[in-house]
Design a protein around this ligand. Sequence first.
Ligand code: SAJ
Length: 407
Amino acid sequence: MKNNIKVTVVGLGYIGLPTAAVIASKNIKVFGYDINEKVVSKVNKGEIHIIEPGLKSIVSNSVKKGFLSADIKVNKSDVYIIAVPTPFKLNNKPDTSYIENATTNIIPVLKNGDLFIIESTSPIGTTEKIMNLIFKERPDLVGNIFISYCPERVLPGNILHELVYSDRVIGGIDEKSTKKSITFYRNFVKAELHPTNARTAEMCKLAENSARDIQIAFANELSIICEEAKIDSNELIKLANKHPRVNILNPGCGVGGHCIAVDPYFIISDFPKNSNLIQTARKVNNNKSEWCLNQIIKSKDEFEIENNKKPKIAVLGLSYKANIDDLRESPAEYIAKKLAKIISPSNLFVCEPNIERHDAFTIKKYHEAVKICDIIVLLVPHNEFINIEYIKNKKYLDFCGILKNKI
Ligand code: SAJ
């Protein structure tokens, strides 16, 4: 496909904005389309509203060179990429209304030969549903446009690299849609593009993240058993992973983020009878956060009995994983908020090196907190915490394995 194509990316969030910027950096005209006027005006000034290494420069360069612009309405294009959220409703059913609304806004400007791609994580069958929505409104397009599901698999914190160098699954509603999509992605993806059908591509995204959730659940369950068995779980996992075909992941304080903690529910809500392992893994990972909280409270009570005074507690880490500032579905934030309900503010020191402010806590400096506090709780393995000073008479609760071999 020649580079004089025009691309519209719908949804300028964690996935949409980096995707729009990377495509625009290939000197392809990209229209960002978002319902949030603040986001649109920020992007048009070459600024960004999300933290992602390298994103600011690639956005401002593309805007400056005129290849990237944003709008609150749809611009006629040749390729449309849907990268909007698919949140969960209270009834625990995935909400695809953002995808449907975006599609409805695009239908009037669709023309023969256009390529329509859904990237948003979706329940199985969403692409077919959207295809029917398009063809119901525009029967003239039947057989004349290309529709695919092409999930992203970028790791927040490394998005710009993985967008280009991670293999992608390309799932067309028919073979020509798959082929057309592969040709398009070849404009900026240097890794392998794997052809399949839309349903398989939808399930592939959910399976990848559900598999990871199950692997993490095993590590979390093992860490709780090790606590009872008085075995260092980090040492155990390190040794078990010496086996050539064993790869046990790292225990944490629970599973957060907008993907691993959420995507399994897409499968569970559609296949409740046959997803016992996936459901159990979700329960184990959610329970790990409660278990960590109970361990902290137990240490607090023991300190009070032994010292006849309330301990000062340092909580290190609020983000959902190491070295980012994203608090979405963060188990660490969940634990800190629960602690704040039972510990007076003067005795709770919440430290998160990647954010300045928080609406529920005064963010404290971790190197001061570890000196002042009696109990040091490590929830997120940020690089800043790797070399914190280990002081003998303090109680360390390391839920993320960062003090390996130090205690
Ligand atoms: N976690 C552990 N132990 C581990 C690994 C992770 O407790 O050994 C926790 C993290 O602390 C975090 C959560 O799990 O709370 C998720 O972490 P993650 O490393 O899986 O990162 P995400 O959710 O940002 O990215 C995942 C990735 N999916 C897979 O690795 C299969 C990424 O490739 C996906 O693109 C992304 O979800 C997504 O957007 O779907």
